[in-house]
Write a protein that binds this ligand. Structure first.
Ligand SMILES: [Zn+2]
Length: 175
């Protein structure tokens, strides 16, 4: 829907960047070019001894572990995640999954995955929120990696309590 009609609609209802709140250019999806450039990418997928992998050493056998972005309070990332998780903007999740997938698609061991299994939400929580944010992110990842998303293999059997007041070991036990 580009052209005059698009310009008119955009004049009255500008599409806004989900990270900084500024108006988006017609070609932008969800996030403006400026934010895309400035997002704090971890690039963990390029480093086999990254902090995420190290956190898992001795706990579970893994072939690779990575995280997309660093999270800081008050940052663009927090703003995006908040809109994604609590404001119903699930498009942000698919979009982020897709751009992360394009970073991973040529990088071993991520380029050889067979499927993506999102972390399930407890049923009651999913009904309340309307979607599982991990599944939405997985869909974007899967699109870029060309693999299926499997949601029928892993189930959450009990509601986890709030994680914030637990020690790191207690959190592991709990999940
Ligand atoms: Zn922005």
């Amino acid at each position: 829907m580009k052209g005059l009609w698009y310009d008119l609609v955009n004049l009255f209802f500008p599409r806004l960047c989900q990270a900084c709140g500024n108006a988006l250019a017609p070609a932008d999806e969800e996030i403006c070019l400026h934010c895309m450039f400035l997002l704090p990418y971890t690039n963990f997928h390029l480093d086999g001894e990254n902090a995420m992998e190290q956190a898992l050493w001795g706990r579970v056998p893994v072939q690779g572990a990575a995280a997309f972005l660093y999270f800081n309070k008050g940052s663009r990332v927090q703003h995006m995640i908040h809109r994604f998780k609590y404001r119903g903007r699930h498009q942000i999740g698919t979009f982020l999954g897709r751009i992360y997938g394009y970073k991973l698609v040529k990088q071993p061991p991520y380029n050889t995955v067979d499927m993506i299994i999102p972390v399930p939400l407890f049923k009651k929580k999913q009904l309340k929120r309307g979607y599982n944010q991990s599944e939405v992110f997985a869909k974007g990842l899967a699109m870029a990696l060309g693999v299926p998303v499997e949601t029928n293999l892993l189930f959450r059997i009990r509601e986890s309590e709030s994680q914030t007041r637990k020690s790191q070991d207690e959190r592991w036990e709990n999940v």
